[in-house]
Design a protein around this ligand. Structure first.
Ligand code: SAM
Length: 290
């Protein structure tokens, strides 16, 4: 029978047995709380038909819980030193396939294509390495992968940014980029004490349901995101000032004012008060130039 890696003592024993040293630079904070592990799996709604992609299995604590419930778990781990550890902790499971490499560089289309049936939809579940949370989420959301749901443990402050509404302090271009493609919902907050070693920050589990259709339709997606980045460039400045300083120039101020009036957006507002729908309207009205 597998050793349950959710027990702090077993985790310690396994780490010692394999003389594994945890690397802070790879965000190696391993989970040692059975309840939290089970809550993550249940928030993802995994069942016997599920194909799960886990990023960063570490010593396999979450992988064990996922493998016990899913049809198949495909895990991607950057640290090859974990190979003997994972062979040990996952020895009783024949439905786990591990790929060693950097998730940001690996071809996930190819991996999913090889590991899952052509029509399979994949659920991503992970306790993410915090130093690369945003690039990993953006890759998962923008690469056109067959992903239905993403349930991840991330830094609490980042989770708040993903879920933030217009006007909230943590609302910004990341909130819009994520909400454009998915519906975020913070499932729970998690104390530092359930990790070894303990991270410096609090954590949260967030569920992102990937939208079948983007939240808004825009004529030019690339311009839409340039407009949003420019509008948030200096948070204390008005929308008008940010657009003049970061996207256009002073000679276009009059034209900009006319367009803003036409779409019913007060130029004195700050970017952080605009909803995603308002940004879409403005983006389409401006085109590439006012
Ligand atoms: N899933 C384990 C758990 O919950 O105990 C470990 C989670 S730990 C926070 C993050 C894991 O991601 C580590 O095992 C680390 O080596 C791995 N990792 C870090 N950067 C990675 C990357 N770019 N690609 C794939 N895995 C990565």
């Amino acid at each position: 029978m597998n050793k349950r890696m959710s027990s702090p003592k077993t985790m310690q024993d396994v780490i010692r047995k394999h003389q594994f040293t945890l690397k802070k630079s790879l965000g190696q904070n391993f989970l040692i709380d059975e309840n939290i592990l089970n809550n993550i799996a249940s928030a993802a709604g995994i069942d016997g038909d599920s194909y799960v992609l886990e990023i960063g299995p570490g010593a396999g604590a979450l992988t064990q819980v996922l493998a016990a419930q899913a049809k198949k778990v495909i895990a991607v781990e950057i640290d090859r030193r974990l190979e003997p550890v994972l062979s040990d902790t996952l020895q009783d499971f024949d439905n786990v396939s591990i790929h060693f490499g950097d998730v940001l560089k690996l071809d996930l289309h190819q991996i999913i294509g090889e590991e899952c049936p052509a029509d399979a939809s994949v659920t991503v579940v992970a306790n993410l390495p915090y130093y690369v949370t945003t690039p990993i989420l953006m890759k998962l959301l923008t690469a056109g992968l067959p992903i239905n749901t993403i349930v991840v443990m991330i830094q609490k402050e980042v989770a708040s940014r993903l879920q933030a509404d217009p006007g909230e302090k943590s609302y910004g271009s990341l909130s819009i980029a994520v909400q454009y493609m998915a519906e975020p919902k913070i499932v729970m907050t998690v104390p530092k004490t359930v990790f070894v070693p303990q991270p410096n920050v609090d954590s949260a589990v967030i569920r992102l349901d990937v939208r079948k259709e983007k939240k808004v339709k825009v004529a030019d997606e690339d311009f839409f995101f340039r407009l949003i980045r420019a509008s948030f460039a200096q948070r204390r400045k008005t929308l008008m000032n940010n657009l003049v300083n970061n996207l256009y120039d002073k000679t276009q101020k009059e034209n900009l004012l006319r367009v803003l009036e036409r779409v019913g957006i007060d130029p004195g507002r700050r970017g952080e008060t605009l909803s995603i729908e308002e940004f879409a309207r403005l983006s389409d009205a401006l085109g590439d130039r006012p």
